[in-house]
Design a binder for this molecule. Structure first.
Ligand SMILES: [Zn+2]
Length: 65
């Protein structure tokens, strides 16, 4: 017979949640200077998310007894 504790998530594991920095995409918007037809504009390039390492998930909620 297995104990109830075996089926419970580990306390230090946490629950994976969507990364709040990239919204789960794994990439964040990186504004850059762009020149189109001689007109300087703000362009957007995708940069890897440094919060979650491009996974789009982070450890979030921690259960307490
Ligand atoms: Zn992220």
């Amino acid at each position: 017979m297995t104990g109830v504790d075996d089926e419970r998530p580990r306390r230090d594991a946490g629950v994976p949640v969507v990364c709040s920095a990239c919204g789960g995409d794994g990439y964040t918007a990186q504004p850059q200077l762009t020149v189109l037809d001689g007109i300087p504009q703000t362009g957007v390039a995708a940069a890897p998310c440094t919060w979650c390492g491009r996974t789009g998930r982070r450890r979030g909620i921690h259960a307490h007894d």
